[in-house]
Design a protein. Sequence first.
Length: 366
Amino acid sequence: MFKLVAEQENARTGILKTAHGKIETPFFMPVATKGAVKLVSNSELEEAGTKCIICNAYLLSISPGTKIVKKAGGIHKFIGWNKGIFTDSGGFQTLSEKFLIKADEKGVTFKNPFDKSTSFLSPEKAVEIQNLLESDVAMCLDDVPLHGSTLTRIKESAERTTRWAERCKNAHKNKKQLLFGICQGGLNEKLRQKSSKEIAKIEFDGNAIGGLCIGETNSERNKMVKVSNSQFQKDKPRYLMGVGSPKDILECISHGVDIFDSCFPARIARHRTAMTSKGNINILNARFAKDFKPLDKKCECFTCQNHSRAFIRHLAKTKEENSLRLLSIHNISFVQKIAKEAKLAIKENRFDKMVKDFKRNKQKVF
RNA sequence: GCCCUGGUAGUCUAUCGGUUAGGAUACGGCCCUGUCGAGGCUGUGAGGCGGGUUCAACUCCCGCCCAGGGCG
């Protein structure tokens, strides 16, 4: 299922075996909430170096519904993606006022975002949906406390997440599908440690770190990542949910994380920001009007091989949506390249140097 | 030559005899991290020129300049 290949201090590279092939870690999953990464086609995703994406099981269960996906022959056939697919349970949507109506021990009641109906999601239901979708990796339903929650609330959510994790494990029937547990614990070291230990004990196929990237500082996040990874089995994949940026990914790889997912690269692309080795740039800036260089000098993505900053800026200025697509392709490629280079660097025992070079190269922080 | 209308940031425009002259766009900056979000926040920047009335004028009056329209 998961095999460690090489390590350098806490950083590791390995191979995750799924029903749709082996995926080398560390890897980054672009977010395809409703079955597609916004503005980017599947072939463009592949060309960008994507081996795995993550969809949202809860949202897919509302539209088009599990029946249609099943009839299509499973989620891979439905969305036309033959590589890895994780599905998120919907737990993260509890953070959004637009979704949450109430959450208690039984599960979560959500507003349906597409109409005015409501739906109920229990741990069992979340697993059942993901079983029916036939994703490669299913995620447990967790109870995520908002950033800044009281200790009482963080404790409640962590304990409930463990109970829900056990229920998810018992409900999981799809033998071809892996199931990952998720820890909580907010920013409290003891609760985070306890939660991670409890999740590890249930013996999932992989362990995820949840409840981060919701407003905490980088050092707070890194601390929690270290705490969780210290409790997780070394021979199981570790997935940090919600990260992110090149810098964050590199930092967390150095703390032993194997898998990442985030809407960040694609979202900031839609907001006209391009990631470069020297920091993020806002392509709308006047200084790019006559800049005929690619977004990033060393990038080999479709965008950088074919188009200049000046052209992309021109498209963005004139509100041509293709500009956002080109930026999305670039940012996803950029992050994929970081993950790929990290993998090689760990194998060659020079990952620490890679991180140092990366940070030195930048004029500002990502 | 005469008449009319109008001159407010780089551009377009709102309002007003008295508080920080509002907005759009442009320019600059910041943010976004298990997505219903191609979004959000923010900074710089303005009353053609000269005179008059008034306690007080971007605002009312006069002249000039400029622009647009009309008549000859």
